[in-house]
Structures are given as C-alpha cells and as structure tokens.
Ligand binder design. Structure first.
Ligand code: G4P
Length: 537
C-alpha cells in the first residue's frame, strides 16, 4: 500500500502504475465461529506474508497471550476477539488487506460493517464441528452482499469428521457448489499431510517440506512416499472427490455459486500458503461500490472512500481516535485534501496510517481496496464518505435496532462529563447506540448482545475513568420512526412521549415492551414506519 512499506525480504515495493494499481489489491476478511482457528490462521497469513517474524510467539506463552492482531485487554480476559482491525502485507506483488472481524455474535454489527469493506472472505470451519451457528450467520451476510468465499477446513491435523461429510454439509446447508482443492492424507493420528489436487504437490506433516509429483495421483513415487496402505485409501478418496464435486471454476467462485475448499491446519501451517496463492490468483480485485449516485468504479481517477469503522483509544498511552477508511477509487497521496461529504468541509489527510499486525506506520499513498486509518478528533464517523470534490455518498452501511436496552447509572455523579464523552466516543465507534430519553436525564444504551455492555463498562472505566452500572428498563424493542407527514409524526411523538428517545443524530426512536406491543402500535399507526434498521449516512 505504501511506498514506505517493505516486503518480506525488506525490499521496497515499487509503486505500480496508477491506472490499474488497484488490481493487485486483495481486500478480504476471515469469518468463523469462535474457536475455529481464525486468530491462528490470521497469524499464519501474516507470517507467510512476512508481516510478523515468529508464529505462535504471541500465543504460545504460558500466560495465554493472544495473537498480535488482538488489541484490547478485554479480549485477552475473555479469550475472544471483540474488535475489528486491519492488517496489510505484501507477497509476490500482491497487496493483501486483511480485515479482522470479531467472532462473537454479540459484535455482529461491527462484523457486518467490516464486511461492507471487503471484496472476498475466507470461511474457517473446524474439521471436527463443521458449520456452526456464527459461521452460518456470517455466511448469510456475505451472500447478501455477493461476497465470494474460500473455505478453509481447519484442524485437519487432529481427529475430525469425514471430509466427504463436511463437503456435503457445506454444499447442502449453504446451497453452493464445493470444489475441493487440497485434500487431507489421513486424519487425526494417521494424518500424513495434505495434497494439492491441482498442483499435485504433497505437503508432508513430518516437516520434510513439499514434494511435487509429475504423475499426479498415479505417480508411483507418491505411493512410495505415502506407504501402500495410506496411498490406496487416499487415492480412492481423492478420485471420488474429483468425480463427486464440482471442479474449480473461477467465475462461478466470483459469482458466489461455488466455494473452493482447502483442508489444512492453521496451527501446523498446512495449506496456508495454498490459501494465499488462491486468494492472489482468484479472489476478486476491488469491486465497484454502491453509492447514491450509482456504483463507483475502482478505476475512477478521483479519490473516494468510506469510513466503516472508528476506534477510539487504540493506543491507551495516547488518547486518540482512528477512522478506518476503505478507498474505492483514485490514487490517494499523503497530505491530500478530501471532501467530507456529510459536513461539506474539506479535511487534510496529513497523517494517514496503515497497519501491519500491531505496528502502524505512515503511508504515502493508497489505491482502491486499501484501508488506512485517519487519526481525527471526532470529525469522522462510521458511514462517512470522503471524496475528491464530489458529492455522492456510499450506501449500504446499516445500523440495527438494539435488542438489549439498559439505563446507564453513574457511580460518581461528578464524572458526568467523562461519561458523556465516553458514551459519545463509543457510540461513534459503533460499539453501542446511545439514546436520550425525552423525559428524564439518564442515558439509555442499546446493544445487540450483552457482551457489548461488559466491553462498554470496562472501556468507560479504563479509558474515561468513570464507573458505570446498567439497569434494566421496561423496554426490549426499539424502532426508528418516520412518517411522510411531519405533523402526524409530531403528534405521535407527543402522544407517546414516555416511550420516545432520541438517537445520537436526534432521530426519534420508539421503545416498547415486546413484539406484541410493537405490532399493536403499528396496527394503530399505519402511516408511521417503524424501522428495525437504518442506513448510516
Ligand atoms: P478463533 O480465533 O477462531 O477463536 O480461534 P483460535 O485461533 O484462537 O484457535 C482456537 C483454538 O484452536 C486454539 O487452542 C488454537 O491453538 C487451536 N487451533 C487453531 N488452529 C488449529 C489447528 O490447525 N490444529 C489444531 N490442532 N488446533 C488448532 P487453545 O487451546 O484454545 O489456545 P492456545 O492455548 O493454543 O492458545
């Protein structure tokens, strides 16, 4: 991404020609159910891409330190990844932008927004468990946005389910063709390694590297290498796999009809290089992004991008706020002035940063597909569009109605200022939604999952030095309300003052006890729309 960036061998990366420089960008995310191995795979990708030097260094220690991509203390405590981050690395002329997503379902909103900023995804599945709840949910989001998926069946080094059973499950449950690319040779205690069905390479589990077999599955040298018994079982399975499933078709993959499947092990670093090769060769380059004035093409000359994430206090030593921008067109250069479409003001981007694992550096330039961080003091919010003199807005970043509502109680009332600042900052990050009641002065916060409340309390205490607790409110359902007739809306708000709160953009939100109450009120107010999602603009 940057002319300052160094490749694995510390050679500066030469600047590509501006016109199609974006075509070597691969901007992707990893989706998985917690514990399937996303963190481990992330780490191995960074290692393979030369972005970090030592695998496992970060997690193997006795204190269960987490991978470098994890930032926050609370993640360490809970052993889950709760924050999305971005990691950039280069290999063989390809710029990989890996956007990390929280695995826990309570942070699905954050994940959803991150997925608006990627062009493809890797779905990690635990070989012993198959498709789990969170994998399916995230998969559905990818499908909604036509994001092509590569499947990595992980933990093949230990006892797992039958590979055919797993492939059938993916095919049936996700309704897409599967194309096995890398097949396991033995499993669990009998695991010998993996075999690349297209390249005819055997990657040995014994640590003696990769061997190529010119004669493919029929090569006598392969039989010798595997031993007669393992060979016959493997060969039969590999042939069956070849006959029973689709062959890889790049277009079908890009259209989201087919997922190439690799069996591998993130922990043992089997098939991770194959995964990277596959992404480099076939994962889509930056795609046109939807806007209110039609799709914005990545080859467009003028710079444009949108903020999909804001993170406050990434570095606890320096109170800071970073907006993550995904570029969608043009050639961005450091120091450029970009138009902030929401406010109509220009902002000079003089300190754009890019991320390699936990490290950050200044970047000199970026193209479509790249993600940079822009330090700012609250100007940039999730959903904001930045352009080079144009007025369109990128669309499709949703906010969801919260499913858990709580009243915020401050332990020490002298800390009101800190609390307000913390709530504003963390609402801008998208961690929680903050509502102001029409009557009364206590804030109400809304989240999708209760774990967000723990993170909120811990961050307000740690970063803003105010201790808070949360009290239940009698409402469980929140809906944004709108009406073509302003007077009708005003009257509705007046008649229901007790149940109306305002979100941070001062939009009216109606609160009620449950779905039954909601249906009741909707029946009686047919002119009013009760929205469960709203577009962030
Ligand atoms: P997540 O980010 O998806 O939640 O998963 P993570 O990478 O943290 O992996 C979850 C557990 O699975 C970890 O073990 C990790 O070492 C293990 N694991 C990941 N990939 C593989 C693999 O290919 N093979 C095997 N056998 N295990 C794998 P843990 O005991 O929870 O953590 P740790 O003590 O190893 O850090």
């Amino acid at each position: 991404m940057s002319s300052l960036a160094l490749a694995a061998d510390d050679q500066p990366i030469s600047a590509p020609s501006a016109k199609n420089a974006f075509s070597n960008r691969r901007t992707f995310a990893i989706i998985s159910h917690p514990d399937a191995g996303k963190t481990t795979l992330t780490e191995k990708l960074l290692l393979t891409g030369g972005a970090i030097e030592m695998a496992g260094a970060v997690r193997a220690k006795g204190n269960k330190a987490r991978a470098k991509s994890d930032w926050m203390g609370i993640e360490k405590d809970r052993g889950i990844s709760v924050t999305s981050s971005v990691m950039t690395f280069q290999k063989d002329g390809i710029n990989f932008n890996l956007l990390d997503t929280p695995g826990h379902s309570d942070f699905s909103e954050d994940t959803y927004r991150t997925l608006t900023a990627v062009d493809s995804a890797i779905m990690v599945i635990d070989a012993a468990k198959g498709i789990e709840g969170q994998t399916r949910k995230l998969f559905e989001i990818c499908r909604l946005r036509d994001i092509p998926i590569i499947t990595f069946v992980n933990k093949i080094d230990r006892e797992g389910r039958d590979p055919f059973e797993l492939l059938d499950e993916i095919e049936e449950q996700l309704a897409m063709d599967v194309a096995p690319m890398v097949w396991p040779v033995g499993q669990g205690g009998l695991f010998k390694g993996v075999y690349d069905l297209a390249e005819h390479d055997f990657i040995s589990a014994k640590g003696d590297g990769t061997k190529h077999f010119d004669g493919g599955l029929d090569d006598p040298a392969l039989e010798k290498a595997l031993g007669a018994e393992t060979y016959s079982g493997f060969r039969e399975a590999a042939e069956l796999a070849g006959e029973g499933y689709a062959s890889f078709d790049a277009q079908s993959y890009r259209d989201g009809h087919l997922t190439p499947v690799l069996f591998g092990s993130a922990l043992e670093n089997f098939a991770v290089d194959r995964l990277m090769d596959l992404i480099a060769a076939h994962a889509p380059e930056p795609r046109p992004q939807p806007s209110d004035k039609g799709p914005i093409d990545p080859s467009g000359e003028k710079v444009s991008g949108f903020v999909f994430k804001v993170q406050a206090n990434m570095d606890p030593k320096h109170r800071d706020r970073v907006a993550f921008v995904r570029f969608c067109s043009g050639h961005f250069k450091r120091g450029m002035k970009l138009d902030h479409v929401r406010s109509g003001k220009a902002i000079a981007v003089s300190n754009p940063i890019y991320f390699v694992a936990q490290e950050r550096s200044l970047t000199e330039e970026a193209y479509a597909g790249d993600v940079i961080g822009i330090p700012n003091h609250g100007t940039l919010q999730v959903g904001d569009t930045l352009t080079e003199g144009e007025t369109f807005r990128f669309t499709g970043l949703p906010a969801f109605a919260p499913e858990v509502l709580r009243r915020v109680r401050l332990e020490d009332t002298m800390k009101m200022k800190q609390l307000r600042r913390g709530l504003e900052d963390l609402a801008q990050e998208g961690l929680v939604q903050v509502f102001r009641p029409t009557i009364g002065s206590d804030w109400i916060v809304g989240v999708v999952g209760p774990l967000q409340l723990d993170v909120l309390a811990s961050r307000i205490s740690g970063e803003y030095k105010a201790d808070v607790t949360f009290e239940p409110v009698q409402y469980n359902v929140a809906r944004w309300i709108r009406c073509a007739n302003e007077q009708t809306l005003k009257q509705f708000i007046k008649d229901n003052t007790n149940q109306i709160v305002r979100d941070r953009d001062d939009r009216p939100v109606y609160l009620c006890r449950d779905d039954w109450d909601l249906r009741y009120i909707m029946e009686r107010n047919k002119d009013i729309a009760f929205d469960a999602t709203r577009e962030i603009v």
